[in-house]
Design a protein around this ligand. Structure first.
Ligand SMILES: C[S@@+](CC[C@H](N)C(=O)[O-])C[C@H]1O[C@@H](n2cnc3c(N)ncnc32)[C@H](O)[C@@H]1O
Length: 288
């Protein structure tokens, strides 16, 4: 399996790998020390400000059962439970992130209100119609089969349940440096145009009600990563930090090209919210 943090990964294209390898690379990248160092707790542009915005758009309320798909270390799920009083299940492909999320929920005294478990977003281990809302922040763009994931969002929602995404948007051609596996994992290479996310949800029997652009949040996020990269590299040189195998040059190159693409209007960030219109016809209906 390719390691996202190694230099070799920069030239590997995700399309050349088995989908499960792409998911494993992504999970390994986002449970690494480098991710924590460069991204902080919230692994998406706009941080908890945009998470709160998504919660308001979805009209989250006490007692609602919410699924956070690809929850990372659980920062958003814990925040939403505290802010809106809802009960949250977070899933992620990284077992280390699941452990970290459950540990944090215990520390915050949210046992029974927030729980994390391992799962693949494209094949959710929950009965049909078991949630009132599904959120998925900065992660759909990394799933090899985005349509399967959108169908799963539909399946696990109650009738009239709501889905809220926030994700990178990509319009047009990007520099070749942004097309490799590392850029895929960095949410860039397979990001879709806003209309693409709308189509994914519409094709999964959702009616899209809200789209909002937050491109400035992405520019701020990438600039912050660039600043943290400089600090991390200095600390590594001074032997005050160890990030084994982390390729600073590849990370700098991606950040530089990403900023250029944001300036040119080819990369952005958006929120998309939708309501379940009907149950998607699927042979995979399950009751667990
Ligand atoms: C950019 S991070 C976003 C994490 C979190 N939503 C946040 O905003 O802080 C992407 C996350 O997607 C997870 N992931 C990738 N592929 C997945 C899959 N197929 N199923 C579940 N989680 C997945 C990774 O492990 C990682 O935690």
């Amino acid at each position: 399996m390719s390691d996202m943090t190694s230099g070799d990964a920069a030239v590997v294209r995700a399309q050349e790998l088995d989908p499960s390898e792409v998911k494993q690379c992504c999970a390994a990248a986002y449970d690494s020390d480098a991710a924590r160092m460069l991204l902080g707790g919230s692994f998406h542009p706009g941080g908890l400000t945009l998470t709160e915005r998504l919660g308001r758009i979805l009209d989250l309320r006490p007692g609602m059962r919410v699924l956070d798909v690809a929850a990372g270390k659980g920062t958003s799920a814990i925040f939403l439970a505290k802010q809106f009083g809802c009960d949250i299940v977070g899933i992620d492909y990284s077992r280390k992130n699941i452990e970290a999320g459950n540990e944090e929920a215990r520390t915050e005294g949210l046992n029974g209100k927030v729980a994390f478990q391992w799962a693949d977003a494209e094949d959710l281990p929950f009965p049909d119609a078991s949630f009132d809302a599904v959120i998925c922040e900065c992660a759909l763009c990394t799933f090899p089969d985005k349509q399967a994931a959108a169908r799963e969002f539909n399946r696990v929602l109650h009738s009239r349940g709501r889905a809220g995404l926030s994700d990178l948007t990509r319009d047009g051609a990007l520099a070749p440096e942004l097309e490799g596996l590392t850029s895929w994992i960095a949410c860039i290479a397979d990001a879709q145009p806003l209309s693409g996310y709308v189509a994914l949800l519409s094709n999964a029997a959702f009616t899209v009600s809200v789209t909002e652009r937050h491109d400035g949040a992405l520019a701020e996020f990438v600039n912050q990563v660039r600043t943290r990269l400089v600090a991390a590299e200095v600390m590594v040189r001074l032997r005050k930090l160890v990030l084994p195998g982390f390729d600073f040059e590849a990370a700098r190159t991606i950040a530089r090209h990403a900023l250029a693409a944001i300036r040119e209007g080819n990369l952005g960030y958006a929120i998309i919210a939708a309501s379940k219109q009907r149950t998607f016809e699927t042979s995979k209906a399950r009751s667990y």
